[in-house]
Design a protein around this ligand. Structure first.
Ligand code: 0RA
Length: 646
């Protein structure tokens, strides 16, 4: 693909800012954290460069390999990192790119820089944080290699042969001195991101190979979606029923801002719009999302009025969110110089983008409605139903409030609250069943731990309307106990009123327990989303086994491997022992429950995080949605992952 554009790169374009010691000293400043997320971010940093090459029209293939020895290889067929000498530094450009911070070299306005969130810190950061880093460049008919350890050059650039291809191969092994928790890459996290990139860039093909996987059929995945965002929407809605044959597809460009959108209405009650700027998921939204919302509302409203679908004398008022209920969409814009704002730097600030998106969407959507009057009518009928449900939900909310005021103190009767009231230090356990709830109440530290027992199954919010959800007793109890409201409307959920900063779901380690846990997480994900974004939701991990030996020695095991280890040790010491498997939380007495699952000193909590918003939506809709077939398939595919990573 190298001949597509004239190769006009000059090494002097590369700006040099600082050295790599800073990155090793404070890795979190550059990659967010040094846990799972930061580790996987290393891959994004390299892949972003390949995607930049694709956006510039030079690259259409990417191959990622996870090796058994902890290395990752990322190969692309882009132009290859330039190797000519940097005039000021008298170093090969590639060395500058790989060893100097912020030496991007892509400062021409034609390219779409990625600098949202943690993206755009540069491949040099990956180099700095790798025990070993190898770069191979195919460019100008020649193959060059260079090697580093912890960011320091160990093999200066050398030519090792000839080639007819162009491209870059980066191979690196994260430094365990930096990533002290773990250096193990998760195939699913990588695959979710690669799939997303393949949807957003229909010109590229991606192969992922996991050499650690023994099962041949699970070893590799390939992604190529010629339908782009349209395919993305179909994928997201696989387990929902669409109201239209094909997603509405819109593409246009205003003022150098290419806008692409695919969307379809489905039989669910949630809004699922994912937005991207230069391939970065803009979770906090921004001007492109406002432009889209304005266009959608204006367009549907004026169509409804023109065609007398919503009578002007009707009592219901339709609000913006009603037009988005049951709408799945992917909005992708490319912005030459994006300004990212917000807490996680994933909110687009460029004001010109709002009008660009609004103009493109309004015009094309109008055309669509005019050409598809039947669909238009169905959509608007759905919008009216949404408005009615919203009105009913408002009444249900008032009822919850009134109930809690009359209930004295305003809290649900079965809540055993904690005595301090500083949310930052308070936790609430949502416990499956009254009997486990009783043990938890007795075992807890009542100063900062509150217990709310939940009886039976809570409602599947994936299949119910908001007003029905708010009528459900268990949900009402959770909403009042947490104190921050519920819903995705602007003022429905108020974080500053939240009464606990740790919300801990504690269910039995069996099928029912995991079902209840998933129901609760689905509810938080859909209706108290900021809780999950903030990382306030946790899963308690009760042990699976108790091993009782002579003289009252008790050990707990959370998995089979540890159980076997403990047994082996006991046998070695010639001790008698008894192994019992906990079937439910109720089998533990209060002190055992405290010791194993609730004591902050000894417990392990799994924090619920979202690595990838689209993948999380897909998971919940598949687990909890309507169609039985994809659901079974999903569970089968994921059966080996016992824990729930959203
Ligand atoms: C600096 C400048 C140019 C490309 C790249 C770096 C580049 C980096 C990576 C990392 C992985 N794959 C990559 N591909 C390219 C611009 C090159 C030019 O103008 O010729």
């Amino acid at each position: 693909m190298a001949d597509k554009k004239i190769n006009d790169y000059k090494a002097s374009n590369i700006q040099v800012l600082e050295g790599l010691e800073a990155v090793r000293k404070r890795p979190s400043m550059y990659i967010g954290d040094t846990a799972q997320r930061g580790l996987h971010h290393l891959i994004n940093e390299v892949v972003d460069n390949s995607i930049d090459e694709a956006l510039a029209g030079y690259c259409d293939y990417l191959k990622l390999t996870i090796h058994e020895d902890g290395y990752i290889t990322i190969l692309d067929n882009g132009r290859g990192i330039p190797v000519d000498e940097h005039p000021k530094l008298k170093l090969p450009a590639v060395e500058v790119v790989l060893t100097k911070l912020h030496a991007g070299g892509k400062f021409d306005k034609d390219s779409y820089k990625v600098s949202g969130g943690l993206h755009g810190v540069g491949v040099s950061c990956v180099n700095a944080l790798s025990a070993h880093f190898y770069a191979e460049i195919h460019r100008d008919g020649e193959i060059y290699v260079m090697e580093f350890e912890k960011g320091a050059t160990v093999t200066p650039l050398k030519m090792i042969g000839e080639t007819e291809k162009t491209g870059t191969i980066i191979k690196f092994k994260p430094d365990p001195e930096i990533f002290t928790q773990s250096t193990e890459f998760k195939f699913d996290i990588i695959a979710d991101r690669m799939r997303e990139l393949a949807f957003l860039n229909p010109e590229i093909s991606v192969d992922i190979i996991d050499e650690r996987e023994e099962d041949e059929s699970l070893r590799s995945k390939s992604f190529h979606f010629s339908g782009g965002v349209k395919d993305f929407v179909k994928f997201l809605d696989e387990s929902r029923e669409s109201m239209m044959k094909e997603p509405i597809y819109i593409k246009g460009e205003v003022e150098q801002v290419p806008v692409e959108l695919a969307m379809q209405y489905n039989n669910s009650y949630t809004e699922n719009i994912f937005s991207y700027v230069n391939n970065i998921n803009t979770r906090e939204g921004g001007t492109h999302i406002s432009g889209f919302r304005r266009a959608l509302t204006r367009c549907l409203k004026s169509y409804a009025e023109k065609n007398n679908i919503i009578k002007s004398n009707s009592k219901i008022t339709i609000s913006g969110e009603d037009f988005r209920e049951g709408l799945t969409g992917v909005l992708s814009v490319k912005v030459p110089e994006p300004q990212f704002e917000g807490q996680t730097k994933t909110k687009l600030g460029n004001s010109e983008v709002q009008s660009a998106v609004e103009i493109v969407v309004y015009e094309k959507l109008n055309e669509f409605l005019e050409q598809n009057p039947k669909i238009a009518k169905k959509v608007l009928e759905k919008v009216v139903l949404a408005a009615e449900a919203r009105e009913a939900a408002r009444k249900a909310r008032q009822l919850i409030q009134r109930k809690s005021v009359m209930g004295g103190g305003g809290l649900p009767g079965k809540l055993a609250d904690c005595s301090i009231n500083d949310p930052e230090h308070c936790e609430i356990y949502l416990v499956e069943g009254d009997s486990a709830g009783g043990s938890a109440k007795m075992g807890r530290n009542r100063s900062f731990q509150a217990i709310l027992p939940l009886r039976g199954k809570i409602l599947n919010v994936e299949k119910a309307k908001i007003n029905k959800i708010l009528e459900n007793n268990e949900i009402q109890a959770i909403v009042t106990a947490l104190g921050a409201g519920v819903g995705h409307g602007e003022d429905d959920f108020e974080m500053d009123k939240l009464r606990y900063h740790k919300i801990i779901v504690m269910t039995d380690a069996d099928v029912d327990g995991s079902h209840i846990r998933t129901l609760l997480l689905t509810f938080f994900f859909r209706y108290m989303h900021p809780l999950i974004e903030k990382g306030y939701v946790y899963i308690a991990t009760p042990p699976l086994y108790r091993i009782t030996a002579s003289r009252g020695q008790i050990d707990y095991a959370w998995d089979d491997e540890t159980r076997e280890k403990i047994i082996k040790e006991l046998r070695k010491n010639n001790k008698k022992f008894d192994v019992s498997r906990y079937k439910g939380l109720g089998e533990m007495n209060p002190s055992q429950l405290w010791e194993t699952t609730m004591d902050p000193e000894t417990r392990t909590l799994q924090q619920v995080t979202i690595e990838n918003a689209a993948a999380a939506d897909k998971m919940f809709s598949t687990l909890m949605g309507g169609d039985v077939e994809p659901r079974r398939e999903f569970i089968e595919r994921n059966a080996k992952y016992a824990t729930l990573d959203i």
